[in-house]
Design a protein around this ligand. Sequence first.
Ligand code: G6P
Length: 609
Amino acid sequence: MCGIVGYIGPKSVESVLINGLKKLEYRGYDSAGMAVLDGAELSTRKALGKIAELEKQLKGQPVDGTTGIAHTRWATHGEPSTINAHPHLNNERNIAVVHNGIFENYAKLKAELMDDGYVFVSETDTEVAPHLLEKYIDEGFSLDEAFVRMLKRLEGQYAIACISEKMEKKIYFARKGSPLILARGNNEYLLASDIPAVIPIAHEAIYLEDEQWGYITEQGVSIFNLAGAVVEPQWQSVSLKEEDVDKGDFEYLMLKEIYEQPDVFERIFKERIDDSFIHFPELKFGKEYLARVGRMLIQACGTSLNAGMIGRMYLEQYAHISAETDYSSEWRYRNPLASGDSLVVGISQSGETADTLAGVREAKAKFMRVLSFLNNINSTMARESDAMIHLMAGPEIGVASTKAFTAQVLNLLFFSLYVGSIKWLLPAEERREVLKEILALPEKMRKILKSHEQIKQIAEYLKDKNDTIFLGRTYNYPSALEGALKLKEISYIHASGYAGGEFKHGPLALVSDNVPVVIIAPQGEIRTKMISNLKEAQSRKGTIISIITEGDEEIKKESDYFVEIPPCLESISPLLVAIPLQLLAYYTAIARGCDVDRPRNLAKSVTVE
Ligand code: G6P
């Protein structure tokens, strides 16, 4: 959801900024731009489309200097166009601003500034910022004062960076609601929306908090709060390496992240399992409190909500906790009733999703306790939740979530087993049995990954379709939702997931010889019910693609295409089923010539409502 980066130092500003932007491209790729100060002269470059377009432009018209800011855009206010691309400038064209977020009161500010004679060239909300700054500078305020005055006028959320011919070798920044980090290398300073943009240069970073502002210079960083008090910088070492965020030998980051899943699981096992006991060292809630939780209200968005829906069943099954799930954007606007034993759960890969964060804040405003499952433990949600569980999936950059999803489901499963054990409601024997099955998952996942050629053939069939239906029940109903979400987000084929039992109550009307039906039917209690769905679809000429347990000859015979998963406990089957569904979406998107890591109109981290 827009990425910003800034640099002051001895290296080529142009290449540091371009490299940084490429690492932030997952946040948006509608347009890109940069502004660079060479001495006291400000140069800007902007291009519509992906960062490669900006790079092309810079080849013909390079920029040089020691100080620069850059931006990759996910359009909110104003269509994707060169004029709406950041940086935005004041009328004298000597102040440049990049922004991630939304200035909610921009219309009022714009009208006021236009009355004062300021001329706007773009349709963006961002453009009010450089004009406001110019206004306050013209009124005689110092740069610091003008910057703070501007911040105090801006409502909504932002991470901004600003350079000007009036402030050589200085980048002003501020954060409220959108992520922003500062970083330092060898005599060089950076700022960025996310850590990947500052490696390999940075050794240390600071995660800014809301309502902090300041500037970076060649000498260091200065941070203040809005009242003007100095904030002591809290440097933390950066452990992330370039290979952690690169696609390596894979064609796309998404494919690399799909293949990483068995290793991610083994890493999580090392941290969480000791003999047959489960550990959550980072969890701030004590056992006594957890044993008293009677109800959990799970709120999340997108893939994270699908993981939460599987988690809900684990909480009921293993922890004997009544649980419900909802989209964060719905949850926060209804009136969720919570008693003293209720715990609100946020699930988020990024920890920055605006709707989920708003859900956390809503819960806190109502004096509810919040536990968040997060991959980014330096995120805003990590800071604002009462307790946190680390997903440990490693950095996930591909816009379509894969390894974070399975890590979410696994950690929710561990948590449910842990709470069930604390409450003495889950027999040790059953816990050991489930753990044994979980420990066998990485090898089973590796085996499924080897069926990629078979999945490519299914993708060849699917690539010419306009609609696809995914069906699953109980634990695999959310798998059907997730399979459909993956397919539509990266291949642009319309896809919907349904609970198998609901199929005959409407979706069946959609089935024809041109609408394939993906039947998720691993071994277990619901398998025979899924066969009924298969028959219903088959008799309406639907093409059947089934996901079955190895050796299920009965379903194999009835299917046009099938993918097998190794036998496993029904409750943990979503963790295996996820892999063929991810690969199916991936290879279908590839067969249709789609840019898998940059699906149109989407961004990985949605930091606006
Ligand atoms: C976006 C991403 C999805 C993700 C969702 C929630 O829509 O494209 O992949 O599932 O946001 O993100 P979160 O970071 O909160 O898990």
